[in-house]
Design a protein around this ligand. Structure first.
Ligand SMILES: [Zn+2]
Ligand SMILES: [Zn+2]
Length: 272
């Protein structure tokens, strides 16, 4: 499997000179497994990914959505493949007690008075699908998708994507508990080749943001160590964390393990 990061920022895009190295676009990750393309989240990074898919003539793929906060969906109305009838893809999300169906949420998000067009304007063959969180399912050429419920306002879904004995876990947006081990999450992540993890905060300021639904880069490294994760990507960067701050986090992560990486936009990782 290959991974390419198209957006690594959390909450809101961060353009500007101080954010060039790690990038300003919000959550969007592309995973390639053989000929298959899977996209995790539709943040502002999805816009550039759309241009790339058109250039590469990749017309079939699946999009898995963690949840519907705007930083994870704002790229969709500007995703050019959606307006091209030659493209065929799915957008899937996990149903929870309070969560409406994928199609209903997107219809509401992309509509007046928040947006000038509606999703009826999409010309691609789009399947809007829902799944029960915690159940696993197959997509494309037998790619197994396992899901877990995360601790986040309005809920969020974590993913573990498995193909040919390799696995990638995508855990954002999620708040950890200070005094309790999350055994369920730990067994979900166990010995994964890759963990992409919500590292919005720092252990030093985490207590000020309890209830906001995010975790810390230190918790990412603790989980990675406890679960024997091979490659960790610090992800969903706080919009306040400029390149200098993220460089400092990278050097602390490198001291723990050289395979603990602060994700950068455009970063490509080949899982061998
Ligand atoms: Zn987010
Ligand atoms: Zn969120």
């Amino acid at each position: 499997m290959n991974i390419r990061f198209w957006g690594v920022r959390g909450s809101i895009p961060t353009p500007g000179k101080s954010f060039v190295k790690y990038g300003g676009n919000t959550s969007c990750v592309e995973i390639n497994a053989g000929k298959n393309t899977i996209i995790l989240d539709m943040g502002s990074g999805l816009v550039n990914l759309g241009t790339y898919l058109i250039k590469k003539n990749i017309k079939n793929f699946d999009i898995l959505v963690s949840h519907f906060h705007y930083d994870h969906t704002c790229g969709l109305p500007f995703f050019m493949p959606a307006y091209n009838k030659e493209f065929s893809f799915s957008i899937r999300s996990g149903l929870s007690k309070n969560r409406k169906k994928t199609l209903d949420v997107l219809k509401k998000q992309i509509s007046s008075p928040s947006f000038p067009i509606t999703i009826d304007k999409f010309m691609a063959n789009i399947i809007y699908d829902d799944f029960e969180i915690e159940k696993e399912f197959l997509i494309q050429d037998n790619i197994k998708v396992k899901t877990i419920s995360l601790n986040h306002p309005d809920g969020a879904t974590g993913y573990r994507i498995e193909n040919k004995n390799k696995s990638v876990c995508y855990i954002t947006d999620h708040e950890h508990e200070l005094s309790k081990k999350n055994e369920k999450l730990m067994s979900f992540l166990w010995k994964s080749d890759v963990l992409i993890y919500d590292s919005t905060y720092d252990d030093n300021n985490f207590k000020d943001y309890i209830g906001w639904g995010h975790s810390t880069w230190q918790e990412a490294t603790r989980l990675a160590q406890a679960c024997k994760i091979k490659n960790l990507f610090i992800f969903h960067h706080n919009p306040e964390n400029n390149d200098k701050v993220l460089d400092a986090i990278q050097s602390k992560c490198s001291n723990i393990n050289e395979r603990y990486i602060v994700a950068q936009e455009d970063m490509f990782f080949k899982l061998t």
